[in-house]
Design a protein around this ligand. Structure first.
Ligand SMILES: Cc1cc2nc3c(=O)[nH]c(=O)nc-3n(C[C@H](O)[C@H](O)[C@H](O)COP(=O)(O)OP(=O)(O)OC[C@H]3O[C@@H](n4cnc5c(N)ncnc54)[C@H](O)[C@@H]3O)c2cc1C
Length: 420
């Protein structure tokens, strides 16, 4: 730590905590310590070596918006590999998008980008007009249909619902807009979608190697005072810091301390969804790299159904070709999801030989529409720095590594300025 430097604690060593720490270290001489409850870093990234194949159970792709992340990957010796264009019901994604009604896709794309920019700009104000708040809370499908953006609706079925970011019938357009930006549209159109060959877990390990990370260090309690903050870990040890960064779900964070009004309101405004990834083997399923299924991204879709699957490799000992299958868990248990998965695969003319591993994630913090209408987004911006605490992660930006990193790139300079 440089003279006059502050002691900063980051709670959580998932993508949010690690990228925040890296940016802090690059830009300041403060002392930065990360606390991570798990035995590993990376949060919802989990790469598992299965025979000779590296399987991603969590984070998988980078697109054009992952600029900083890909820069770090290159610097840390991680190779990125382009994935082949995926299909939906066996046809190229672009044909699926074009099957939507209305003007040509390019024209709808321009209209969408303009309307998006206008709304997000209005929301940047400290006191956005009520009309903008109401618009941001509108269910995505209503918003799109009112603007005759039928092809963008199809694109959002795949990129929003099909990726577990909410049903277009209910998810506020704000969430869809945060994800579906020009970078995403171009990445899809130009097929600029990549995966790290060495795996996401390896990338986070290499990033963490340059940081002070305490593993198996679950934060159990936080006491904030004007003179600093005391952190108590599950094993009873205590440490003191000048500033805190919440890089864990904010609703869980609020339960560790006496929450401020904003922490309480934001925690209450979030409803978490889920995402289940199951590694199976089959000899006779599809030969493409990735398949999506339109019926599971239609508005009003039931949870449990198979959203998509990725072919990962071959292992005769494990029963043939390996596939990662993705489902929205809803309230189903792991074993119920596997039963549904068997039916889904059989429906598609194949058989599951073995179920190898299943992970069920807490995924995608959706904001309640009434909270958006009441000014949640401005509150989330204004609470940054209150009581020496800053907030990042999936519950603050959007559930993607790129969005989290972009959020951090904007927040770190503000934090450094406030720390002096
Ligand atoms: C199946 C799946 C596929 C995905 N695919 C992609 C993709 O292709 N591209 C992409 O960009 N994103 C993808 N994502 C999303 C991305 O993985 C997440 O948005 C990202 O991991 C969120 O990072 P985070 O740091 O906010 O939260 P997390 O990853 O959840 O990390 C939070 C960390 O905080 C720790 N923690 C919690 N409580 C405490 C405590 N009390 N004390 C100490 N530590 C604590 C947790 O153990 C965890 O490590 C995917 C996610 C899933 C589940």
């Amino acid at each position: 730590m440089k003279p006059g430097g502050k002691r900063i604690a980051i709670l959580g060593a998932g993508p949010a905590g690690l990228t925040f720490a890296r940016l802090l270290i690059e830009q300041s001489g403060h002392s930065v310590t990360l606390f991570e409850k798990s035995h590993r870093v990376g949060g919802k990234s989990l790469s598992v070596l299965q025979g000779e194949d590296l399987i991603e159970f969590g984070t998988c792709y980078t697109i054009m918006s992952h600029r900083r992340v890909m820069e770090w990957m290159r610097a840390d010796g991680i190779t990125i590999q382009k994935i082949v264009p995926h299909k939906i019901d066996g046809v190229p994604a672009r044909d699926f998008f074009n099957s939507g009604p209305g003007a040509p896709l390019a024209v709808q794309g321009i209209r969408y980008v303009q309307a998006r920019r206008k709304l997000l700009k209005a929301l940047e104000s400290d006191a956005p007009p009520q009309a903008a708040l109401d618009e941001a809370a509108t269910p995505a499908i209503e918003w799109l249909r009112a603007r005759k953006l039928g092809k963008i609706e199809k694109m959002m079925m795949r990129t929003v619902t099909g990726m577990g970011y909410g049903d277009l019938k209910t998810v506020p357009i704000l969430h869809a807009m945060r994800w579906v930006d020009m970078d995403l549209i171009l990445s899809g159109t130009l097929n600029k979608i990549y995966m790290p060959v060495e795996g996401w877990s390896e990338f986070w390990e290499r990033l963490a190697a340059k940081l002070d990370v305490h593993l198996e260090a679950q934060v159990r309690q936080i006491d904030r005072t004007v003179n600093g903050h005391r952190i108590v870990l599950a094993d009873g040890t205590e440490e003191h810091f000048d500033a805190l960064v919440c890089a864990m779900p904010v609703d869980r964070f609020s339960a560790l301390l006496e929450p401020t009004e904003s922490e309480r309101v934001v925690g209450d405004s979030i409803q978490w969804g889920g995402y289940a990834t199951t590694l199976i083997s089959s000899e006779d399923w599809f030969q493409e790299q990735i398949e999506y299924y339109s019926e599971t991204c239609l508005p009003g879709v039931e949870p449990g159904l198979l959203m998509s699957a990725r072919r990962e490799g071959y292992d005769a000992g494990l029963g043939g070709h390996l596939y990662i299958a993705n489902q929205l868990p809803g309230t189903y248990s792991g074993s119920e999801l596997i039963e549904i998965l068997r039916e889904e695969v059989t429906k598609r003319g194949a058989t599951i030989n073995a179920v190898i591993q299943q992970e069920i994630w807490e995924y995608f913090a959706e904001y309640k529409p009434e909270a958006i209408k009441a000014g949640l987004i401005a509150r989330m911006r204004q609470m940054q720095g209150e009581r020496g605490t800053w907030y990042t992660g999936a519950s603050f930006s959007h559930e993607s590594v790129a969005n989290i990193c972009i959020h951090n790139e904007a927040l770190v300079p503000k934090m450094l300025k406030a720390l002096g």
